[in-house]
Design a protein around this ligand. Structure first.
Ligand code: M6R
Length: 616
């Protein structure tokens, strides 16, 4: 789960690498490094440092490292603690080639033992250095060709990885490959680039090829050749991205997270765009794919939703929508659990795999596991051409634009609306909704962007509230029905960026244990919008108030009675009961954000985390 950038072209490469690493730093920030192949005499120069990218810039100390070919890496440590020595790039025994890598080479211990036995010495504890040595050793033992040596090395390694190699002896070339880890290539007439995601490339090109598993890419200025591991010509998945460069910049906001929270009205509007035809029917062209796909979806008798983290919470919300609108039983499961058990899957099972990045290893594995057992897999992803999108039978894209902050916000709200559209579409296919009803439903959803914008106006009040609770040792969140996943999501937001212990509970479960945690003045957030469980949540509020809690209620506008029970109230506009999550999560995102700011945390790059978890 690291950031990789590579460039070969005519420009001086170091600024390209540093800009790319700045964009990709959200993928990992334990250490950073660059390798530049010098134009004259083909020198290979490496600079790398533990810590954030700023440390690498300090280490460069204004040096330009002249050269037009190079690699950059920002690391989230797996093998070997974050240190200068363990930072990427790593060189082979000769020092002629350098490797950067994202992922884990699982059999590196065995390979290292072999290399040590034949006289290799290592400067780091990493699996990456072992593979650099392996490539170098295979080149020396073979015909001296770098590509042949990379192909041979990759036939020996196990695990999930993306890697790139530069070489003093091939001063215009980068060789790259991947297996179950993301790597995209960027085409330009005068240059070729690679990165671990498109956010790293959009400043240079929108013409992208997603490299497929076990393909080897040979990049030279203006040309990219693909081979399979046996050296036969191969083809990747080439497409054009429509993301704006500005979307990957903060645009005046102090943090990406705040910018992305404020982008939610637009992101939701974009995700809903074009979802109804002139006859009022819901349009999900992505799932159409001919009559057979529609027939398959019509005959679905069970849905599993699999995802991790925030995407899992979106899946929990989807359960209510799919069961309510389409009448199909739904189970929601954390992908890392689902993939290691034996769920009962049949050709009539629909597995919905949700992942913002589309690169989360566990979610991809769960989708593959399901497909291998004949289930139909629909992916919900924010990244066109992502690994999950390619592993699924069909994909429904959220249109949130690049999400850079580690804490997911706009991806979550767009996932909820995409899943809601999926629920209505399944209902339509199964005859559970008439066109008029569909039209009404979609009209209600079309109002959501403006309603989110209205909720965002509460930000000053929420920031003030954050000041009053930021000293708390813990915070509890509870809700019922669709309030439960939002309680869990509110707690996740708070804990991941502020490091304050926070948990989300089913309100009815409080008295079965969690209520023991409450002490005088302990803050509790209650999701208590209008709906059939409101009265029950009010009772739960009274129970915690009776034990000294200070309660912040997220309630529906016009509910003045709630003020008798709660110490603070944030209102959201009235919507259909199943749509509240899109609104109620917004104040909780803002609360988490402002508490983290109050505590002086690194909001966009919280400790120990990285944006995308491409390893187990
Ligand atoms: O890219 P994905 O949606 O698959 O990512 C899943 C989780 O890693 C992610 O939602 C994570 O929990 C976020 N940091 C939450 O804010």
């Amino acid at each position: 789960m690291c950031g990789i950038i590579g460039y070969t072209g005519r420009e001086q490469v170091l600024p390209v690498l540093l800009d790319g690493l700045t964009t990709l730093e959200y993928r990992g920030y334990d250490s950073a490094g660059v390798a530049v192949v010098g134009a004259e005499g083909g020198q290979l120069r490496l600079v790398k440092r533990a810590g954030k990218l700023a440390n690498l810039r300090d280490a460069l100390d204004g040096r330009t490292l002249a050269g037009t070919v190079g690699l950059g890496h920002t690391r989230w440590a797996t093998h070997g603690a974050p240190s200068d020595a363990n930072s990427h790039p790593h060189t082979d025994e000769s020092g002629d080639l350098a490797v950067i890598h994202n992922g884990i080479f699982e059999n590196f211990g065995e390979l290292k033992a072999e290399l040590v036995a034949s006289g290799h010495t290592f400067a780091s504890d990493t699996d990456t250095e072992v593979v650099a040595h392996l490539i170098g050793a295979l080149r020396e033992a073979g015909d001296g060709d770098l590509v042949t040596a990379v192909r041979a090395a990759l036939q020996r390694v196990e695990g999930a990885f993306a890697l790139a190699v530069v070489d003093r002896r091939n001063p215009t070339t980068i060789v790259a490959s991947r297996r179950e880890a993301p790597l995209v290539l960027g085409h330009r007439d005068d240059a070729s680039l690679l990165a671990s995601d498109v956010a790293g490339l959009i400043a240079h090109t929108r013409d992208i090829t997603a490299l497929l598993d076990d393909q080897v890419a040979i990049l030279t200025p203006g040309a990219i050749e693909l081979l399979d591991l046996d050296g036969r010509p191969a083809e990747g998945h080439r497409y054009t991205v429509d993301w704006d460069i500005a979307a990957a910049a903060k645009q005046g906001y102090p943090h990406f997270m705040l910018k992305e929270i404020h982008e939610q009205p637009q992101a939701v509007a974009d995700t809903l765009l074009g979802r109804v035809d002139v006859d009022g029917r819901i349009v999900v062209d992505e799932l159409r794919g001919g009559r057979s796909v529609e027939d398959e979806l019509r005959s679905v008798d069970k849905v599993y939703v699999v995802a991790c983290g925030t995407s899992y919470h979106a899946g929990m919300v989807a359960k209510y929508a799919i069961e309510h609108w389409a009448g199909i039983p739904v189970e929601v499961e954390i992908a890392s659990e689902f993939r290691y058990r034996d769920p009962i899957l049949t050709p009539h099972t629909l597995v919905v795999a949700i992942s913002q990045s589309g690169e989360t290893a566990d979610t991809i594995a769960a989708a593959v596991h399901a497909r291998n057992q004949q289930a139909k897999v629909v992916a919900i992803s924010n990244v066109v051409g992502s690994s999950l999108a390619r592993a699924a039978d069909a994909v429904l894209y959220t249109r949130a634009g690049p999400e850079i902050a580690v804490a997911s916000t706009k991806a979550f709200t767009t996932q909820i609306v995409a899943l809601d559209v999926l629920a209505l579409y399944l209902a339509q296919l199964r005859g559970a909704l008439f066109p008029d009803e569909c039209r009404d439903h979609l009209a209600r959803r079309a109002a959501l962007p403006a309603l989110i914008a209205q909720v965002l106006e509460s930000e000053p009040a929420i920031a003030e509230l954050a000041r009053t609770v930021s000293a708390a040792r813990y915070m509890m969140f509870f809700g019922r029905h669709v309030g439960l996943p939002i309680a869990m999501e509110g707690a996740l937001k708070l804990k991941e960026i502020s490091y304050v212990h926070a948990e989300g509970f089913a309100a009815g479960e409080m008295k079965h244990g969690p209520i023991a945690l409450i002490d005088e003045g302990g803050p509790v957030v209650a999701l208590v919008t209008r709906g059939h469980v409101r009265g029950k949540v009010v009772s739960n509020i009274q129970q915690v108030k009776g034990r000294g809690a200070v309660v912040l209620a997220i309630a529906t506008e016009g509910d003045t009675e709630i003020k008798e029970h709660a110490d603070h109230v944030v209102y959201v506009p009235e919507v259909h009961e199943l749509l509240y999550p899109v609104l109620t999560v917004v104040p909780l995102q803002l609360l988490g954000y402002h508490i983290a700011v109050q505590l002086g945390r690194d909001v966009d790059q919280p400790r120990n985390l990285a944006k995308t978890v491409t390893v187990e």
